[in-house]
Design a protein around this ligand. Structure first.
Ligand code: NI
Length: 238
């Protein structure tokens, strides 16, 4: 059984056939899915889906690209959602320096506030770090490690082997999506080879990032086996 640890099933790309896709997952050997929110609305939508499908769980959080123009009580609204029994993490949260729309200081403030919330609630976090490796690492280091409460995963991990080792030493997990299967993938295979298997998770980031040989198609959790296959090949396992 595979667990797709990161898939956005509220995305409009699934509007035509969401139930068809989700209902087909258990028979396709996908036994668990975690659907992270990107803002308050999509976090609520993730929870609504989790209420409908027993194998689907949710995370609530504000993504750095959505950190602009939040209501004053955004953190309280987010916290209220985490009390739902099917919400298992705060996410996805983090820093994104690829898109320039949201000022970096605001991204950092929203990221730190949610890390502090997760630590207080003793919940894991799902970190989105795009082209912001130095600052993401520095910020999570500012929070006491696993035994101090904060723990979680760097999703779609794209950092160096050195950063990966540092995170794993601090108790973090790393997860990989279709980007790790692309022919031109360089860093991800090196990182996968360097870190212990029990600290690696698989994800699709559906509807984005379909793995090879489905690249360019709409992605769903049925493709998550490709990440397991790729990791097995790198690790020399079946
Ligand atoms: Ni995502």
């Amino acid at each position: 059984m595979l667990f797709d640890t990161h898939a956005h099933y509220y995305a409009e790309q699934f509007d035509p056939d969401r139930d068809e896709v989700l209902s087909a997952l258990p028979a396709a050997n996908v036994g668990l899915v975690l659907c992270p929110g990107c803002d308050l609305e999509s976090s609520r939508q993730s929870i609504a889906l989790a209420e409908q499908y027993p194998f689907l769980y949710a995370a609530a959080g504000v993504h750095p690209e959505d950190a602009f123009g939040l209501p004053d009580d955004w953190l309280g609204q987010g916290e209220a959602m985490t009390h739902h029994p099917k919400v298992k993490a705060v996410g996805e949260i983090g820093l994104d320096y690829y898109w320039q729309e949201v000022p970096r200081d605001l991204q950092k403030e929203v990221f730190r506030a949610q890390l502090a919330l997760a630590q207080r609630l003793d919940m894991p976090v799902i970190v989105h770090d795009r082209e912001a490796h130095g600052d993401s690492l520095a910020i999570v280091k500012g929070f006491p490690g696993v035994r101090g409460g904060l723990r979680g995963v760097f999703h779609c991990f794209a950092g160096s082997v050195e950063m990966a080792r540092e995170l794993v030493d601090m108790g973090w997990y790393l997860s990989f999506n279709g980007a790790a299967t692309f022919k031109n993938a360089r860093k991800a295979p090196e990182v996968i080879a360097a870190v212990p298997l029990d600290r690696i998770m698989v994800e699709t980031d559906a509807p984005y990032m379909a793995p090879t040989p489905y690249r360019g198609k709409r992605c769903d959790s049925r493709y998550v086996y490709r990440m397991a296959e790729t990791i097995a090949q790198i690790k020399g396992l079946t």
